[in-house]
Write a protein of this length. Structure first.
Length: 369
C-alpha cells in the first residue's frame, strides 16, 4: 500500500506543481496590471506551498475515494463521508497555509483573525478536494472499463476456441466413419485390398494424433496428411481415381486450418468421382496472391447442377465454412461452383500467414518421430 501511496503522491505532486506555476503566472500578470508590489517569485513561492500541502493530502483523498466510491449502490454512504472529509481536510490544509503565510510571502502578519482567515481560505479551497475525487473516480472508471474489455475479449477467445474444438471433434469421427465404410465395402470383394486400406488408416490416424488441439498448421503438413488419405482412396478406386497437385512452393509454409483439405477432397470423391464409371480426376492447386492464400479443389465429375438442382451441403462443407468463419471472420472467402469444363470447383481465399520457425521445427520433429 505504501508504494501505491508514494506513487499517487508523486503524480499528484507533479500535477499540483504544474498548477502552481500556471496560477503564479496568472496572478503575476494580474498584479502587474493593477500595480501591486508583489513579485512573481513571491507569488510562485505561495502557490508552490499551497500545492505541496495538497499533494500531501492527495493520497488520503485518493484512498478515501477508492473505499467510498460514488457507485450506483454506494453513493448514499460515500456522500456523507466525503462531505465530512472535505470540510475536515480543507480546514486543516487552510490552517497550515495561513500559518505559513508570513514565512512564505515575506510579508508581516495581517491584522486578520486566524480563524476567520482559515475559514475564508477553506471556502476557496473546497474545490481542490473534489478535483482529487473526480480524477480518482475517472481513473477507477477507466480501469474498470479496461478490465471489462479484457474480460470480454478473453471470453470471446474462449468461446471461439470452444466452437473450433466442437467443429473439429465433429469432423474427425465423420472422416473416420466414412473411411471405415469404404473398408467395409471393399472387404466384400477384395479382402487383401481391405487389409491394406486398414493398415493405411492406422498410419493416417497415428499421423493425425500429432494435430490434436492444433487449429492451424503449415500447408506442407496438411498436404502430407491429405496424401495418406488419398492413398487410402486410391486403394479403393484404383485406376478410377487420379489426384493431381499444383502447389506453389512459397505456399508450403503458409498456415491453413487443420483438416481443411481432406473433407473437401472427400466431398469431391463422393459426389464427383464416385457416381462415375469412367476414371475421374481431382486437382488441388495453391498459390499466393498478394497477402492471400488461394486454394482450389476441382473435379471432373457431374457438377452441382447436373440434375437441375443444387444439392444441400453435407457435414464436411458446412463444417469447413464454420471453421473458416471462426478463424478468419470476414477475412476469407469460400465458393462452391460448377467448373468451366465440367465438374465442380471449391475456391478458398484466406490470409497468407507463414508459420513461425518454432512451429515448423516442432512439426518436423513430430513427423520424424
Amino acid at each position: 500500500m505504501w508504494k501505491q501511496w508514494v506513487r499517487v503522491w508523486a503524480i499528484g505532486f507533479v500535477l499540483w506543481i504544474v498548477l502552481a506555476l500556471l496560477s503564479a503566472t496568472g496572478w503575476h500578470v494580474y498584479m502587474a496590471y493593477i500595480g501591486s508590489p508583489e513579485g512573481w517569485a513571491q507569488l510562485l513561492a505561495w502557490s508552490i506551498t499551497v500545492s505541496f500541502i495538497w499533494s500531501v493530502l492527495t493520497p488520503v483523498v485518493y484512498e478515501l475515494t477508492r473505499r467510498f466510491s460514488f457507485g450506483r449502490d454506494s453513493w448514499t454512504t460515500a456522500l456523507p463521508v466525503h462531505l465530512v472529509a472535505c470540510v475536515a481536510l480543507t480546514f486543516l490544509a487552510s490552517a497550515v497555509i495561513v500559518w505559513l503565510d508570513p514565512v512564505v510571502t515575506w510579508t508581516p502578519e495581517k491584522h486578520v483573525p486566524f480563524f476567520a482567515h482559515t475559514l475564508s481560505r477553506s471556502f476557496m479551497d473546497f474545490q481542490r478536494y473534489w478535483y482529487i475525487v473526480l480524477i480518482t473516480e475517472a481513473i477507477a472508471y477507466y480501469s474498470k472499463y479496461q478490465e471489462r474489455e479484457l474480460r470480454s475479449s478473453q471470453l470471446e477467445a474462449q468461446l471461439a476456441y470452444a466452437q473450433l474444438e466442437v467443429l473439429k471433434i465433429q469432423l474427425e469421427p465423420h472422416f473416420l466413419f466414412n473411411t471405415l465404410n469404404s473398408i467395409a465395402a471393399l472387404a466384400r470383394n477384395d479382402g487383401l485390398a481391405a487389409e491394406n486400406m486398414t493398415l493405411q488408416l492406422a498410419d493416417l490416424l497415428r499421423f493425425s494424433l500429432d494435430g490434436v488441439g492444433v487449429h492451424e498448421l503449415p500447408l506442407s503438413r496438411e498436404l502430407t496428411f491429405l496424401q495418406k488419405y488419398v492413398d487410402i482412396q486410391q486403394t479403393r478406386f484404383q485406376d478410377r481415381l487420379q489426384v493431381d497437385m499444383d502447389i506453389q512452393p512459397v505456399t508450403l509454409s503458409a498456415l491453413v486450418p487443420n483438416l481443411l483439405l481432406q473433407p473437401l477432397v472427400e466431398n469431391a470423391i463422393r459426389h464427383g468421382i464416385g457416381p462415375r464409371r469412367a476414371p475421374g480426376c481431382i486437382r488441388i492447386s495453391t498459390r499466393q496472391v498478394f497477402d492471400e492464400l488461394w486454394i482450389e479443389i476441382s473435379d471432373n465429375g457431374q457438377g452441382l447442377t447436373s440434375y437441375g438442382l443444387v444439392p444441400p451441403e453435407g457435414v464436411g462443407l458446412r463444417n469447413t465454412r464454420a471453421r473458416l468463419q471462426q478463424l478468419y471472420n470476414h477475412d476469407h472467402k469460400m465458393t462452391l461452383e460448377d467448373a468451366a469444363g465440367g465438374g465442380c470447383i471449391v475456391k478458398i481465399h484466406i490470409p497468407f500467414r507463414e508459420c513461425s520457425e518454432e512451429v515448423s521445427i516442432n512439426h518436423a520433429h513430430s513427423s520424424v518421430a
